[in-house]
Design a binder for this molecule. Structure first.
Ligand code: HEC
Length: 295
């Protein structure tokens, strides 16, 4: 019994196992239930429009395959999350996956148990397939947010449209500065612990009031960093691609790349900066960055 619990919960802290490896195939399987359940539901919608009394001939097989792939994708998703940080989107996504599988099971029982019957079984079967269609969409949306960040749509939308996308669709403000241990902060990049050290070690030498460089940009406080340089803003919350503070790290021309006169930053650090900006570039007001002490 205990081993079953460990299997389902996943070993959180013991490093990679077969279970976490199994989980890495979640992205490869997850589109099958989305397509199959949507197809089964779409087919039944077509039956309703044409006023057909019973299920379409292909519905039982589509629904069964949808259920099987949904079960597999959910198990893999559970495994995939077992060695990762959990935030509210992750919780919403994984439980939506479980509910989707439950609804797919109900739909499959209804459409396969009595494929030729009409009446309430057909209504109930169709209703659960329609709910299933909705659920794969919602679950997939939260899964997309996990991969691409909450500002994915708004960062690519023109200004008149981006207002329709709330920056924090789930669970209110996603960051609680000064409480790094809080469950909401746990899934996000921690400015003080992860971003500040990168900027201090690589940028403050030149971008601080102490710097004796011609540069005007200051990255020592939030206010100065947000103000930007003489060329304008360098940091756009939620929009790494539009932020030169990020894009100049990737610049291939060494003449323009930041940090100037140094090797490019390691990929992992660049990715930390990208995620930090994507997540809204939070910078608690009290934190002032300093250049590293002279050796
Ligand atoms: C050796 C000095 C030096 C280092 C180290 C350095 N920079 Fe710069 N940076 C400059 C100079 C000089 C400029 C051009 C003048 C200005 O705007 O400050 C500049 C410009 C920039 C700009 C563009 C300002 C604009 O809009 O024109 C950004 C963004 C920037 N730096 C970010 C960074 C980041 C992030 C780091 C650390 C990863 C970094 N820099 C490290 C010297 C440096």
């Amino acid at each position: 019994m205990i081993s079953v619990t460990v299997f389902l919960a996943g070993p959180a802290s013991e490093g990679p196992t077969l279970w976490t490896f199994f989980g890495r195939f979640h992205p490869a399987t997850v589109h099958f239930p989305i397509a199959l359940v949507t197809l089964a539901g779409g087919l039944e919608l077509w039956q309703v429009i044409r006023r057909k009394p019973g299920f379409a001939p292909a519905t039982p097989v589509l629904s069964s395959l949808g259920l099987a792939s949904s079960l597999l994708a959910t198990l893999m998703g559970w495994a995939n999350g077992s060695d990762r940080k959990h935030d509210d989107v992750m919780e919403a996504h994984r439980w939506a996956g479980v509910v989707t599988t439950g609804v797919a099971l109900a739909a499959t029982i209804l459409v396969t148990a009595a494929p030729n019957r009409s009446g309430w079984i057909v209504h109930a079967g169709r209703a659960s397939l329609f709910v299933g269609m909705l659920l794969v969409g919602v679950t997939g949306h939260w899964g997309g947010q996990l991969v691409h960040g909450k500002q994915y749509y708004s960062s690519g939308a023109p200004p008149w449209l981006s207002g329709f996308f709330p920056a924090e669709p789930l669970g209110g403000p996603g960051e609680l500065p000064g409480e790094p241990g809080s469950p909401r902060a746990s899934g996000k990049v921690d400015f003080e612990k992860e971003v500040a050290p990168i900027l201090e070690a690589n940028c403050l030498r030149c971008h601080s009031p102490l710097a004796k460089v011609e540069g005007k940009l200051r990255l020592d406080t939030r206010v100065m960093a947000m103000k930007g340089s003489e060329n304008g803003k360098v940091l756009l919350e939620g929009n790494p691609a539009g932020s030169t503070l990020y894009s100049l790290l990737l610049e291939t021309d060494a003449k323009d790349r930041m940090p100037a006169k140094a090797k490019p930053l390691p990929r992992a650090e660049i990715e930390t900066i990208r995620r930090w900006i994507q997540e809204g570039a939070s910078w608690p007001a009290g934190i002032v960055l300093k250049p590293p002490a002279r050796k």
